[in-house]
Design a binder for this molecule. Structure first.
Ligand code: 13P
Ligand code: SF4
Length: 302
């Protein structure tokens, strides 16, 4: 059944001149039909290298928006309209504009998990894989939005920097508690723990490795042993499949993102036949303003 749908999707991709990009949190059956799989940084830039006119972005809305901002000539479709990241909506452009008015010397650094409208009033974007490198290059004081957890991790790594945080967070990663770490350590006392920097500081203090989804993947392939996974469950699932003789227990059962899990193969199929999904549209003025911090991210991330 699944194989049959996958075959039809692969044929439709050619027929409709479409490329499929998938965030690494997507299900294995979606990763199998994707042309590219990656973290949010990789997905933001990769669409440009494909000649296809349509991009099907399997992930959440801000990722599809980022592709559209950088590749306006392409038709960008999010297969499930309601696949949004709650963190992306937590801070409004008005709040940032108010801050900038009172604090003109500050640079506003936005996690890429933000709406196009918010990016349009920010100076530089970062992803979890590029945040440290980019922030370390900024001389001015910084307002970091929206993720207080990623922001406080950056602060802890760059102690000389003047960084103000806002009160946003990823509800999925933020739900992990210190007790979850104690429980897993009791069960697997010698196992290393890899964590995503969206986890709260009281949890991150126990990490053996902290990095983006791609970073965690690379770490696991290097250490060649069992590792507790402190990010969305899909990453543990993919690793368990890739290395069946190793074990990748999940740090907490709350690490499941409903928005990342909502997209199915049938949604991708329907998006390809024009019977579902959301075509991303961004007015040109907003797109050009939102492109400024994304271009700065690509430049400073080199
Ligand atoms: P990365 O893809 O940057 O690791 O981010 C994880 C995430 O939560 C995506 O929404
Ligand atoms: Fe947003 Fe968190 Fe889900 Fe990522 S895991 S899409 S940051 S809610």
């Amino acid at each position: 059944m699944i194989l049959n749908i996958q075959k039809q999707i692969l044929a439709l991709k050619k027929e409709k001149d479409a490329v499929i990009l998938a965030h690494s949190y997507q299900s294995p059956e979606i990763l199998e039909i994707a042309d590219e799989v990656g973290d949010s940084f990789a997905l933001s830039t990769v669409a440009k290298k494909y000649p296809q006119k349509t991009v099907i972005l399997c992930g959440v809305k801000f990722m599809a928006e980022t592709v559209k901002i950088l590749s306006p000539e392409k038709k960008v479709i999010l297969p499930v309209e309601i696949a949004t990241c709650p963190m992306a909506e937590q801070i409004t452009p008005q709040e940032v504009l108010k801050f900038k008015e009172k604090n003109p010397i500050f640079k506003v650094v936005a996690y890429v998990n933000t709406t196009a409208n918010l990016k349009a009033v920010c100076d530089v974007c970062v992803t979890s894989s590029s945040a440290l490198q980019i922030v370390s290059k900024i001389k001015e004081p910084i307002l970091f939005v929206p993720d207080k957890n990623l922001g406080s991790y950056i602060k802890s790594q760059l102690p000389g920097k003047d960084i103000i945080l806002m009160n946003g967070c990823c509800p999925v990663h933020d739900s992990v508690t210190e007790q979850d770490v104690k429980n897993i350590k009791e069960r697997y006392p010698d196992m290393k723990i890899a964590m995503h920097p969206e986890l709260p500081p009281q949890v991150l203090q126990y990490a053996d490795y902290i990095g983006s989804t791609t970073g965690i993947d690379d770490y696991v392939s290097k250490v060649k042993e069992d590792v507790v996974i402190g990010t969305e469950k899909s990453i543990a699932d993919h690793l368990n499949m890739r290395y069946p003789s190793r074990n990748f227990p999940l740090l907490s059962k709350s690490l499941m993102c409903p928005d990342m899990r909502v997209t199915s193969l049938m949604d991708v199929y329907k998006a390809l036949i024009g019977k579902g999904g959301l075509e991303i549209e961004i007015d040109e003025e907003t797109r050009l303003k939102a492109k400024v911090p994304i271009d700065a991210m690509i430049e400073l991330g080199k």
